[in-house]
Every structure is written in C-alpha cells, then in structure tokens.
Design a binder for this molecule. Structure first.
Ligand code: DUC
Ligand code: ZN
Ligand code: ZN
Length: 472
C-alpha cells in the first residue's frame, strides 16, 4: 500500500519545508518537492491513496516517554488500560508511548517485565516501549538491568520519594547508577526528598490540614531541589547519565542547568501540567476539587513564577523533553479515597491525549517555536530513548508515524468533547486549543481520520530500544 501526503509543510526540529511525503507500507520512502511529479512520474496518480495536507503541518507522530497504564498505585490502579490509554494517545497525535514496568519489593525484575508484556501485547493502538522501575535495588535487580539492555529496555527509574514503597537509599541509588554506567543504560530519577516529605505530611494532617491543597504545601520545592542536587552528585560520582523526570520546581531546573553547563549528562523532563497549572488555582480549588490535580512532583505556586521559568528553560534547552506522566484516576472510588486525608489521594493526572495540543498552544502563544514543539514532543524523546531515526522524524527509512496537524483548526478539551481516556473528569476541562490533530498515521496505517477512529487494539508493537543517543 502506497500513500502520498500531499501539499503540507513538513516540520522537523530544524525547519519547516513544503514537501510531499511518500509512504510505502510501514515506512516513509521519500520526501519530495511540492507537486506530485517525481522523475516525470505523476505520483498522485500512481499511489494507492493521496492525503491532502494543504495548509497543514506534517509532523512526526508524538512520543510520550512517560506513561503509567494500569499502574498499581496507592491501593488502586491507574484507570487507563493499555488499550484505552493508547487509543486516547492516538486521538491526540501520539504514536509511541514508553510505559514504566514496576518492580516492587520482593518481586523479580524479569517477572515484572513479563507481566507488562502480557498486559500490553495485542492491546495497544500504537507502538510502545518500556522503562523499568527498580523499586528494590538488590543483587538480582542489578544483574537484571544488564539483561534488560539486551531486551530493548535501556532506561531505569529510581525513586527518592515514597519511603517504604519505591524509595531507594542513596547507597542503592549509587549502586544502580554504577550498574548503568557499566551497561550504558540511562538512570531516570523521581527527585523528591521522600523522608522529609513524609514528616511534613504527618505534621499537616495532625494540624487538621487535610484538603488536596496541602499535598502541594507538604512537598515544597526545597525537597525537589535537594533531591535533584543529590541525584546529580551521585550521578557525577558514578559517571552515569541522569534524566530527571517530571521536574516542576524552577530551583531544581536551575541546578540541572548548572550541571549541564559543566558538561554533565543531566537532562530534565517536564509535563504540561507544570507548564500551565498551579498550586493556587488547581490544588487550591474549593472543597475536594483539587484532588483532580494531585500528582507528584506537585503543581507549583504561580506567585513564585515556576511556570514561566519552565517555559524559559524549555526554550533554552535545559528542559530536554515534554512527556505527560500520564497516570489517570477517576474521582469516584479512586481520588475519593483521599477525602479527609490528602495523603490517600492516588497521585496522578491523565494527559496522554492532550500533550501535542497543549504544547502546540505554546507555539501559538509564542512561548516556543514550531520546530521546538516537534523537537521536545517527538524528536528528542526518540533520541533520548534510543528510537531514532525509526521514530521521531519524517525521513526516508523512518516508520511512517505521521500526524497532519491543522493550525487553522480548533480543539475544545473536555468530557463529551475530546476525551477518550478512561477517566470521569478531565484535568484540562474547558481548555481551548488553536489547532487540531486531523490525521494520524501509525506505521503507514491511518488510525485517526478527522472524527473517525480506524485503528484497533493490537496495531501497536513493542519497540526494542537502543541506548540513549542524546548523551553529551
Ligand atoms: N507521580 C505521579 O504523580 N504518579 C505516579 C508516580 C509518580 O511518580
Ligand atoms: Zn515519579
Ligand atoms: Zn511517572
């Protein structure tokens, strides 16, 4: 099957050029000057399908490198399955996710990988890879990190938060970093000082401060900056590369920027919620409403200016990429577990469907360039996690993961409008986007066509990733 995407502007991380894109089967085979003639052949007449992209952007499919489908957390499970979550991702122009396999205390890493494969196989609408959460650093899990590199799982998340659940001691972190320094893997870090946070949480609850707002207050920026600094220093001792996930505090980013300036392989990821939402407006919403936005790291104070600084770091390059940390929970029976005690609210926000749109709005609002949008949402995640040039770029030989994005279109976000995630609320209810995902192609197959979903569970394949291609 051959397809010609005709008349659009192909956007890459380095420029936007009017070009036609020729797809054969699952791959992009050529980029051509506009007009359908090549070597005297009228391609539009020769191919099976012509898609008119006139006036629209043609971009690589989005890569969301941080999702938690069906993740067990806080006595419940994230509400999107691989089937519902990847379908929602497709609707929003994301064609690859990288989800986190979770190893908890007492579990064997390789068993957890097998169970994640079983959950995802035959269920995904789009391609998917895995990172490994190492929640119990011991001889077995350290040895498994080497084995996973050969299985295409080349990045390992550690936690400095959640004592008694996922938290690793500094010594364990050092050991895992040494392992990664030896095998070429990438260490991903949840950088918050969990022991200090736990004390602040107990003190707040004892004072009767039980509403969702106090989730933010008891996870102060100092706890994020301190842990970020510690992670950077431990990485420096070992020589391991470090990717700090879901950075929300401007002070943590300043520390990351400082380390990058010395040439250290340190990278920062942020998420749309930290760019747009805040402690005051969202976590501080009346009653129990703020529970919708309880996630960790927490939303930060707008008065303190974190959001503006995050956008600035996104422009300067010290924020490397934007993922969602998609970890959805319903209000009913899930978030509601924390009525009267914010510490029992499952942590997480669902955004996998909206990342491409929300970041495009940053282009419209002149916060980032068109090219930077593609870079932080598509190309850098591919390079960061060893999938380039199979993913993240429109180039001959790459997978035909293509999104046709209409800058003249409009997207109203909210339940009953554009919402395919398995949640009973939207964290982005009422947001209006000056753009629209028109067509989504995954490995050459059109899976979203306007308002129609043409994909199916099982379309997506596991991506065996190589080592990071983004190290300094
Ligand atoms: N943060 C969240 O908000 N949810 C899942 C895990 C995490 O680190
Ligand atoms: Zn985390
Ligand atoms: Zn996460």
């Amino acid at each position: 099957m051959t397809t010609l995407v005709h008349g659009g502007t192909v956007v890459s991380s380095t420029g936007a050029i009017r070009q036609d894109v020729l797809v054969d089967g699952e791959k992009i085979v050529a980029l051509l000057a506009p007009g359908s003639k090549a070597l005297g052949v009228d391609l539009a007449a020769a191919v099976d399908v012509v898609i008119d992209a006139t006036g629209k952007y043609v971009i690589p499919g989005g890569i969301d490198a941080h999702t938690h489908m069906e993740m067990p957390f806080g006595g419940t499970t994230a509400s999107d399955s691989f089937e519902t979550g990847t379908r929602a991702a497709a609707w929003g122009g994301t064609t690859t996710i990288v989800d986190f396999v979770v190893q908890s205390h007492g579990q064997r890493v390789l068993d957890t990988v097998a169970s994640w494969h079983a959950k995802a196989a035959d269920n995904c609408a789009i391609d998917y890879g895995f990172h490994q959460i190492v929640g119990d650093v011991n001889d077995e899990s350290l040895a498994s990190m080497d084995a996973l590199i050969d299985e295409g799982i080349t990045s390992f998340k550690l936690f400095m938060a959640y004592p008694g659940v996922y938290l690793s001691s500094d010594g364990q972190i050092l050991q895992a970093m040494q392992q990664a320094a030896g095998n070429g893997g990438l260490i991903m870090m949840h950088a918050e000082n969990g022991s200090a946070i736990d004390v602040l949480v107990q003190q707040a609850l004892a004072r009767g401060e039980t509403s969702p707002y106090y989730h933010g207050v008891t996870r102060p920026w100092q706890a994020e900056q301190e842990a970020t600094h510690r992670a950077i220093m431990l990485a420096d001792i070992t020589g391991a590369p470090l990717y700090v996930v879901h950075v929300s505090a401007k002070q943590a980013l300043a520390r990351i920027a400082e380390a990058r300036n010395t040439g250290q392989n340190v990278f920062a990821e942020t998420c749309p919620q930290y760019l747009y939402l805040s402690l005051e407006e969202n976590l501080g919403a009346p009653g129990f409403e703020g529970a919708k936005w309880v996630c960790s790291t927490p939303l930060r104070s707008r008065a303190e200016g974190h959001q503006e600084e995050l956008w600035r770091y996104l422009r300067t390059g010290d924020v490397t990429s934007v993922s969602t940390d998609h970890c959805p929970f319903c209000m009913k029976d899930q978030k509601e577990m924390g009525i009267g005690n914010f510490s029992k609210i499952p942590n997480g926000i669902g955004s996998v469907e909206h990342r491409m749109d929300l970041l495009y709005q940053g282009v419209v609002d002149r916060r980032i360039s068109l090219e930077r949008w593609v870079e932080v949402c598509c190309t850098t995640p591919a390079r960061m996690f060893g999938m380039y040039p199979q993913k993240g770029v429109i180039a001959p030989g790459s997978d035909a993961d293509i999104v046709i994005y209409d800058p003249a279109g409009h997207t109203s976000i909210g339940l009953g409008k554009t919402h395919h995630m398995r949640m009973d609320y939207s964290a982005w209810e009422g947001w209006e986007i000056d753009g629209h995902v028109d067509t989504v192609m995954s490995r050459g197959k059109v899976i979203v066509d306007g308002n129609e979903y043409l994909g199916r569970a099982g379309d997506g394949r596991f991506v065996r990733r190589r080592l990071s291609q983004n190290l300094i």
